[in-house]
Design a protein around this ligand. Sequence first.
Ligand code: AMP
Length: 328
Amino acid sequence: MVLLPKLVFSITVIGWKIQPLNNLIETNMTLLVIGSVAFDTIETPTAKRENILGGSAPFFAYAASFFGAVQMVGVVGDDWSPEYTEMFRKQGVDTSGLEIVPGGKTFRWSGKYRENMNDRDTLDTQLNVLGHFQPKLPDAFRRAQFVFLANGAPSTGLIALDQIQGADLVVADTMNLWINIARNDLDALLKRIDGLVLNDSEAKMLTGELNTITAAKKILNLGPKFAVVKKGEHGAMFISEYETYLVPAFPTEKVVDPTGAGDSFAGGMMGYIASKGNLDNETIKNALVYGTLVASFCVEGFGLDRYKEINRAEIDRRLDQFRKMASF
Ligand code: AMP
């Protein structure tokens, strides 16, 4: 295996502790995601799709796979199809951490978008096998360097973290549901992660603040060294003790289904970071840009559909367009 000198982590940006890691690091850095796998039923003002593959882990994993290999951990029932396993295998997503529960039914979620295509109402949530999910990480996954705890019960994230040794970067997502019903577990989780990615409204809910920047700063007191606040079509904001900046979203006209945009943003962001293997200023900022670009593709089709038509080159072409739009 080819080895490169370990890249030094930035302490100026996010206040990372330089850990006494090995002097050498493998070039194929591992990115692990633990999250929900779902069959979604989605209604928009003009169309409806039933039982399509979704969930925080698939959106994240597919988005990250444009940048390198991904290890995915989740749970499904025996309504899971080998076709999906094959689709992920082709994308370089290792699904050996996907537990298939015999006789079980995969998590189902149903949502309806309003006219503005931003606001949505959850119509139905059936936890099914996700309700008793106790992740068991394959040995090869336990040494992942980059870890993302995608949307799911904070207790699941805690169980997963107990099995992971020496990750260089652990980032989690959360949502209003867990802020409301699992606050103690969420607080425990926040103390064990490096970064938190969440929506604007969730940042405010978590901290009781009305201003996004104040809310994000308060999140830093809860444990994470940085927070990324997603603002939907308005992009994302990065906040650490040392830096605050905004990355606009790529403006796409063709919004078909926004489901999974947040998980895709995180997938693009973490996938890019893992591909670079360092945490310096520039890498993190570029990672947020890649996150918004990948998310902009995600919303152009239902579920994972649009991803099946694109590749890294297409993402980079959009990056060029984005650069022209954003420079002044
Ligand atoms: P996003 O649009 O990025 O918020 O992600 C939507 C995805 O999250 C859908 O594919 C859902 O299946 C999944 N999801 C919805 N509710 C939950 C939940 N409570 N826990 C985990 N995943 C969920």
